[in-house]
Design a protein around this ligand. Structure first.
Ligand SMILES: *Cc1c(COP(=O)(O)O)cnc(C)c1O
Length: 371
């Protein structure tokens, strides 16, 4: 089966094979294996060992995002959320339910937030301490580039929190170039092409130390994750981890390095996205995002206007032909999102396009442009 979803992604068989063993997480050999992974994770984030730490948490990405908000935004302090997509709505909800004050900077979900609008919003909201943004919006495929927005945040004397989950490892970003960035959050199972089961934060050590006591939660306290590592070693765990997923993640990082790291991964995904974008247009679909705003992680098209169109039927028929796409959407308008990430290449994208063409013909969908 070919997964064209924005996570959990298609994996290399060597990554999956690494799961096939029982492991005691506290075993000395495994502790060493895990401890060796942590500086590699900092390196992928473009961090420096002296200034940045990797903070793994078993579970999904949202758990680590909530942990990052709780850890770095003290209760009663104001977080500005750059809101231009379905995943940024989730940041608002997590911060609000954690009792943080939230203001939003709203924009359309088919374009990145302009730097000038963020500068204006920060000037109007002096109470804001942190800005949270979704880097690659998995709903639409746009990218809010922290290399563009970070300097605006720095100039205003504020701190940045990045939900980098869907693009981390592929989109260029280096923590060391962004002292305003307290934390980036990502998972094992998107552009790093590991198995689901782990989320990660890479954070500034000085900010972590200053954040002690903020979280209002033991389980979701990244400062406590760091403290525990200092006291018990960087190969230790607070609670039972998804240990096989972690071992598989080590193999996934080996493959990442062997491919050529971030530039190589970006190039492969960019090619996938370009071929997919052109191919979907060729089939008659209307892209949700214009070419200049189209990121390399997912491509999104409007659902066809044809009265015979039935998204559920299309998705199931495509799956019967070996291709899985998401059977839901998180954009303002009804769309279909297709992932360009994972252990896939241009040939896989071309195969998927051919299957889509066949299913559209079977279903008799002539009017494929947006309603
Ligand atoms: C995948 C994703 C997450 C995390 O999703 P989980 O299901 O919690 O792992 C968060 N933000 C973005 C932008 C994502 O793409």
């Amino acid at each position: 089966m070919l997964l064209l979803i924005p996570g959990p992604v298609q994996t290399d068989p060597r990554v999956r094979a690494a799961m096939a063993e029982d492991i005691a997480p506290w075993d000395d050999e495994f502790r060493a294996e895990y401890a060796a992974m942590r500086p590699r994770i900092v390196a992928i984030a473009g961090g420096d060992a002296a200034d940045h730490a990797s903070l793994p948490l078993p579970g999904c990405g949202h758990m680590v995002i909530e942990a990052a908000i709780r850890t770095f935004v003290p209760a009663g302090k104001t977080l500005l959320v750059v809101r231009n997509g379905g995943y940024s709505d989730r940041l608002v909800r997590m911060a609000t339910e954690a009792g943080r004050l939230v203001v939003t900077l709203d924009g359309p979900d088919n374009a990145p937030m302009p730097a000038a609008r963020l500068a204006e919003a920060l000037a109007q909201n002096p109470d804001v301490g942190h800005v949270a943004l979704v880097v690659s919006e998995t709903g639409s495929g746009i990218v809010n580039d922290p290399n563009v927005l970070g300097p605006v945040i720095a100039a205003a004397g504020k701190r940045m929190i990045c939900d980098a989950v869907s693009g981390f490892g592929a989109l260029p970003f280096a923590m060391r170039d962004h002292p305003e960035c307290d934390v980036v959050v990502f998972t094992s199972n998107k552009c790093l092409e590991g198995m689901p089961g782990f989320g990660f934060a890479v954070a500034r050590i000085d900010s972590l130390v200053a954040a002690k006591g903020n979280a209002g939660s033991w389980v979701l306290d990244l400062a406590d994750v760091y403290d525990h590592a200092l006291k018990n070693g960087f190969g230790s765990f607070r609670f039972t981890p998804a240990v096989q997923a972690l071992r598989a993640f080590g193999v996934a990082m080996d493959l990442y390095d062997a491919e050529g790291g971030q530039p190589a991964r970006y190039a492969r995904y960019r090619r996938n996205a370009d071929v997919l974008y052109a191919g979907l247009k060729g089939l008659g679909f209307t892209p949700y995002v214009t070419p200049e705003h189209q990121g390399p992680i997912i491509v999104n098209v409007h659902q066809p206007a044809d009265p015979a169109w039935d998204f559920g039927r299309f998705q199931v028929a495509l799956k019967k032909r070996g291709v899985v796409v998401s059977n839901f959407w998180t954009t303002a308008a009804p769309t279909m999102r297709i992932g360009c990430i994972g252990a896939i290449n241009e040939a896989d994208i071309r195969f998927a396009l051919a299957q889509m063409e066949a299913v559209l013909a079977e279903m008799g969908i002539g009017q494929r442009a947006a309603a």
